[in-house]
Ligand binder design. Structure first.
Ligand code: 5AD
Ligand code: SF4
Length: 430
């Protein structure tokens, strides 16, 4: 079959789509880049916020119209897991496959040509642990090390759609990293909903990081996401002392108000988060800190919101993903009154987006005149005359000069905006 795939949502979904592509290829299917030419359309979906989910439902209806009449339309991922057979009523789809069923897609796509199919069990072990498919590799790649989440933050649908926490074995992670580096990957991000609870026998997450960092050919190692309550001193030490581990930590704070944090079930308060940031910055001086923030959580008063604003001003994150609270049915917060009016949520969100833009811009401006190490990924997509790469802090850099794809070069920063740095390759002897 010729299969067309679209992906929505987080880095784990991007990784899962890669896994789907590999397994389809392995079973003799081919991939196509337009739904009009496809025998099957696969949409990998996100249900973390209602708007994301609505958009996917709309997109499925649209794709049904674009694809040939006899094509199979499949919905996979978090929306498939959450809504299950309800999707057959809501949208014109033929196949619904949950978050642990990607390995079965090749056979399910065939079966769905004859009749509607549903596959949504969630396993206690990582079903993709021992995957041994050949991999195609870019300069930067993701590798999942654990799946699921046991934290049950009160707003979050993830534990319901991704199941309980399950770690892959360290050996299978190392095998996958080894295959990727052999194919030319230089920068790897280890993924999990909560990587700090990784465990395989005696190996905890810092130990896994040290082992992965030692894989020959790997230049840069990152990880996401960390829960502030689980980010240990040992992990901070490991980041500080392991050359390949990049100075970049994504540490979602969600709110600056103790009242809201408690109601979110985050198990840390503002002071503990601030202390953690201080420790990280002492031990890892060049670190870039990024975060996630939700505004308009049930009961968030104007004063609670100001606490978030002041925390952002104080910590000065390098960047932040910011969201309006969205009720997810089945979560604990869905029982609380969603009492911040929508216009107020929008106003609160817009103000912190502006605030963060200014902070990011000023931090980036501070890099003008400095040399930064950039991993060259090739020509910039917007302008083929210049090159594109990222710093260890994960900042995007557009630069001129000579560099091969996959090469680490020193770039002198000449200009900065809130989104990109611009510079030139420095003469190493200078
Ligand atoms: N509403 C708004 N944002 C949410 N997130 C998770 N659940 C919700 C929700 N119900 C945000 C959190 C999380 C990020 C991935 O998405 O900030 O860290
Ligand atoms: Fe959701 Fe909280 Fe788990 Fe993150 S840690 S996935 S916010 S429940």
């Amino acid at each position: 079959m010729r299969v067309y795939i679209e992906t929505y949502g987080c880095q784990m979904n991007e990784y899962d789509s890669k896994l789907i592509r590999e397994s389809l290829r392995l079973h003799g299917h081919s991939l196509v880049s337009s739904p009009e030419r496809a025998d099957a359309v696969v949409v990998n979906t996100c249900s973390v916020r209602e708007r994301a989910e609505m958009r996917v439902l709309g997109r499925l209806r649209h794709l049904r119209g674009l694809a040939p009449p006899d094509a199979v339309v499949a919905v996979v991922g978090c929306v498939a897991q959450r809504l299950g057979s309800e999707l057959f009523e809501l949208t014109p789809v033929d196949l619904v496959v949950g978050t642990d069923g990607y390995g079965r897609l090749p056979e399910l796509l065939r079966a769905a040509r004859d009749e509607r199919c549903l596959w949504t069990p969630v396993y206690r072990r990582d079903p993709y642990d021992e995957r041994d498919a050949p991999v195609t590799a870019g300069i930067r790649e993701f590798v999942a090390v654990m799946r699921g989440c046991d934290n049950y933050c009160t707003y979050c649908i993830v534990p319901f759609v991704r199941g309980r926490e399950r770690s892959r074995t360290a050996n299978s992670v190392l095998r996958e990293v080894g295959r990727l580096t052999a194919l030319g990957t230089k920068d790897i991000t280890l993924l999990g909903q909560n990587v700090n609870s990784y465990r395989d026998g005696d190996a905890d997450f810092p130990e896994l990081l040290r082992r992965v960092a030692a894989v020959p050919g790997l230049e840069r190692l990152r990880f996401a996401t960390s829960h502030p309550k689980d980010l240990s001193d040992e992990l901070i030490e490991t980041i500080a002392s392991t050359g390949a581990v990049c100075e970049h930590i994504h540490l979602p704070v969600q709110s600056g108000s103790d009242r809201v944090l408690a109601s979110m079930g985050r198990s840390y308060d503002r002071e503990r988060y601030r202390a953690l940031v201080r420790t990280i910055r002492e031990r890892v001086p060049d670190v870039a800190l990024t975060t996630d923030i939700i505004v308009g959580f049930p009961g968030e008063t104007a004063d609670d919101y100001e606490e978030t604003v002041s925390l952002m001003e104080e910590v000065r994150f390098d960047s932040a993903f910011m969201f309006r609270y969205s009720v997810r049915s089945g979560t604990a917060a869905a029982d609380l009154a969603d009492d911040v009016p929508e216009e107020e949520k929008i106003a609160r969100l817009e103000r912190i987006i502006e605030l963060q833009k200014g902070i990011t811009w000023r931090i980036n401006e501070g890099l003008v005149g400095q040399r930064v190490e950039v991993l060259c990924e090739g020509p910039s997509q917007r302008d083929n005359d210049v090159l594109f790469g990222r710093t260890r802090q994960n900042k995007a850099v557009v630069f001129s000069g000579r560099a091969d794809v996959g090469e680490l070069v020193d770039v002198t920063v000449r200009e900065a905006s809130a989104w990109t740095l611009r510079g030139v390759v420095s003469d190493r002897s200078a």
